[in-house]
Design a protein. Structure first.
Length: 92
């Protein structure tokens, strides 16, 4: 399983994506979903595809999106060895 996590600079999003700037997050989700990534929390996307080439394709798609490249503050990609959902545990 791979993950992509990022932070955007709101001022840069407003400048390069436009208003309403928060629609950029829907567009990011659309782009990443083409590569099997799904949003799990905030700006964290997961994919169960173990092919690193697929991860690189997803990152390349984001990089080629001009407003994303100009607005991203930080982006990380990493392998997730085990994913545990503690939501129900917390709500008990």
């Amino acid at each position: 399983m791979f993950a992509i996590a990022f932070d955007m600079t709101v001022g840069k999003l407003k400048e390069h994506f436009g208003e309403p700037y928060n629609n950029a997050y829907f567009e990011i989700g659309r782009i990443l979903s083409q590569y099997g990534f799904y949003n799990t929390q905030g700006s964290v996307y997961l994919s169960t595809n173990e092919d690193m080439a697929n991860l690189l394709r997803a990152l390349t798609a984001l990089k080629s999106t001009t407003w994303f490249a100009k607005s991203v503050r930080d982006i990380k990609a990493f392998r997730v060895e085990q994913w545990s959902d503690f939501t129900e545990f917390m709500k008990e």
